[in-house]
Design a protein around this ligand. Structure first.
Ligand SMILES: O=C(O)c1ccc(O)c(O)c1
Ligand SMILES: [Mg+2]
Length: 626
């Protein structure tokens, strides 16, 4: 699989873009003409820089407003083309993209356009250049790949072919299977982009909201299956116009791009096994069974505060690590580790973020297989030398630098609690918590798509639609990702004064901002928490009046909710109860939830009230209440 990415897809100077693209492992770049013009390099220098990075120029683009013009525009278009072909010869690339015309004078007419391309083909041939015709979704006469193909077919010239772009086909809801009838050798190039399902003007949508395959809602897999079914074997090139990416970190965006292509091709080969996919074999995505433990990195000084919160939540100290200063806290099936090591990764995490969730361990069907898959999808391996008689648990770095450990019940790893830990107490029932319902991870909004792609590509996972959550100081975007028993809510902070934004600032980067534990009886749990002085988040009276009216709830139930500060939501499948702790000074908090029936959400309608309540704690001393 030869991979490529358009220079418009990432931020930085031309030199920075090249470095990021090469580091991420691409084979080539599409040079977007504007990027070239804006640079200070001669065409020959650009060509050399690209090749010095081990890359090739897969495409030069775009050449606009060519076909179907009357004179004198037509002659001008040919003169322009001749100049660009000279430029391409100096750059050292042989393929140009002509996008369908939006020129006000363009006359259309399939045969007129085909004749123009046939003549352009002769000019191109004399320069050793090939021309690919792409239907822009908003093209004046050609805005559908089927019409672009008909023009190319009638031009009948070996230097004239078709360029497909998933956005233009899928954005117009054209059935991608219509590609299957095009001969693969006439498809000169394939551009890939996804996009979120937003109903808006096609041009604006395309130029600002495209994202990496798998990050949006278009059926890029179906598109790619159809492309490969034709026998096409040329480059797969990302062409992502996205405002966020243009302002983002070039290396992160480039790496996400490469990951998205690997993940896409893996989905294609598993859903269409008969098409050849040039990608090394690696294990299939598997669902996560459960979160086996969560580890906090802290210090000897800060640990008592964290442990007091755990005790108030019904956890009891149940053991310690055989060789490291790590204590095990347990209740029901939930394991929490508190690591006060003053060396190693946990310490680095603590120094960087303060007390923080530094590791999450997942139980999967086959830990080594998931680990191999994650590495194939460009995750970073994590190894920290342990004692010889301890387990070597496979691990990878998460996007923000925390660690994901992988365990399974079919190998030696199942013995983690008896090999690596000495337990000194039986598990207590505590406050009735039975598991980890979900983890809330908070990050800068720019990084949110990266995280979603990371989880959704490595695990067999589903993404829920993104929702906007109103914080009194700005919007937070939230997206849930679920893989079997692992549920993660990603919260992207756009505004710095939001609860999420402050957490990112306070803790210096993205991390777990809250842990939601599951219970089967939230009122019984609430009563036990009250006995333990759990720092319960106080919810305003107005909320209960509203929720009773909104859902027509039994006043007796609402009275219990009001007393226990329990929030409520429901969907078509069932009911949901939740309560929260007050936030710690850095903004970290706990949640306890009870799902009834098949409720699928996370109580998003309650988030504005919960956030407002939490912010009352965060107000600096002496600030007036508004
Ligand atoms: O938005 C555009 O004009 C534009 C240009 C070139 C392309 O390949 C494309 O897909 C869109
Ligand atoms: Mg395109």
């Amino acid at each position: 699989m030869k991979t490529s990415i358009a220079t418009v897809s990432i931020s930085g100077t031309f030199a920075e873009k090249l470095a990021a693209i090469a580091t991420a492992g691409f084979d080539g770049i599409e040079i977007f003409e504007q990027d070239f013009i804006a640079s200070d390099f001669t065409p020959a220098e650009v060509g050399r820089m690209v090749r010095d990075h081990g890359l090739e120029i897969t495409l030069f683009q775009p050449f606009r407003d060519f076909e179907g013009l009357p004179e004198p525009h037509r002659s001008r278009a040919f003169a322009r083309a001749a100049r660009k072909f000279d430029l391409m010869n100096q750059l050292g690339t042989d393929l140009v993209l002509v996008c369908s015309s939006v020129h006000p004078a363009a006359m259309g007419g399939i045969d007129r356009m085909a004749a123009d391309f046939a003549e352009l083909g002769d000019l191109a041939q004399s320069h050793g250049i090939r021309v690919g015709f792409e239907a822009l979704a908003w093209g004046r006469h050609v805005n559908d790949h089927r019409d672009a193909w008909e023009v190319v077919r009638r031009a009948d010239h070996q230097n004239i072919g078709l360029i497909l772009d998933s956005f233009h086909t899928l954005g117009r809801k054209i059935d991608p299977d219509t590609i299957r009838r095009i001969p693969g050798d006439k498809i000169f190039f394939v551009q890939l982009a996804d996009a979120p399902a937003i109903d808006m003007d096609l041009l604006y949508w395309s130029r600002h909201f495209r994202n990496m395959p798998g990050e949006g809602d278009l059926d890029v897999t179906g598109f790619m299956r159809a492309v490969l079914a034709t026998g096409y074997s040329g480059p797969l090139s990302l062409e992502i116009f996205n405002d966020q990416f243009r302002a983002g970190l070039p290396r992160l965006v480039a790496q996400d791009g490469h990951r998205s292509l690997i993940s896409l091709m893996d989905r294609v080969r598993r859903s269409e096994p008969t098409v050849p996919v040039a990608l090394p074999e690696f294990p299939a995505a598997a669902p996560v069974e459960r979160v086996e433990f969560i580890e906090f990195a802290t210090s000897a000084e800060d640990a008592p505060g964290l442990e007091a919160l755990l005790a108030a939540t019904g956890f009891a100290r149940a053991g310690s690590h055989v060789s490291k200063p790590v204590t095990l806290w347990r209740q029901g099936g939930v394991n929490v580790l508190v690591n006060t090591d003053s060396t190693g990764f946990a310490h680095t995490s603590f120094v960087a973020h303060g007390t923080t969730v530094s590791e999450v361990a997942l139980m999967v069907p086959d830990a080594q297989a998931t680990h191999a898959r994650a590495l194939a999808l460009l995750a970073r391996d994590h190894r920290q030398p342990g004692q010889p008689d301890e387990l070597e648990i496979p691990a990878i770095r998460g996007v923000g630098g925390s660690i994901l450990r992988l365990l399974d019940s079919g190998s030696d790893l199942a013995r983690i609690w008896s090999v690596d830990f000495r337990s000194d107490a039986a598990a207590l029932e505590g406050a009735g918590l039975t598991g980890i319902d979900h983890l809330g991870q908070t990050m800068a909004y720019d990084e949110m798509l990266s995280w979603a792609l990371f989880y959704a590509s490595i695990f067999d996972a589903k993404k829920a639609p993104m929702v906007d959550v109103a914080d009194p100081d700005g919007l937070v975007r939230s997206q849930a990702v679920q893989s079997g028993g692992l549920r993660i809510t990603l919260n992207g902070a756009e505004a710095r004064r939001t609860l999420a934004g402050r957490f990112v600032e306070e803790t210096f980067g993205a991390s777990v901002q809250h842990i939601a534990f599951a219970t089967v009886d939230i009122f019984a749990t609430a009563a036990r928490l009250a006995e333990r002085d759990f720092p319960l988040l106080q919810i305003g009276e107005n909320y209960y009046d509203d929720v009773e009216a909104r859902f027509g709830l039994d006043p007796a139930l609402v009275a219990r909710m009001r007393a226990a500060k329990v929030l409520y939501d429901e969907d078509a499948g069932g009911q949901f109860f939740q309560l929260y702790s007050a936030p710690r000074p850095d903004g970290f908090f706990l949640e306890i939830v009870q799902r009834q029936g098949n409720y699928l959400g996370y109580g998003a309608p309650n988030a504005p009230f919960r956030i407002a309540a939490q912010k009352r704690y965060a107000r600096p001393a002496g600030m007036p209440r508004l």
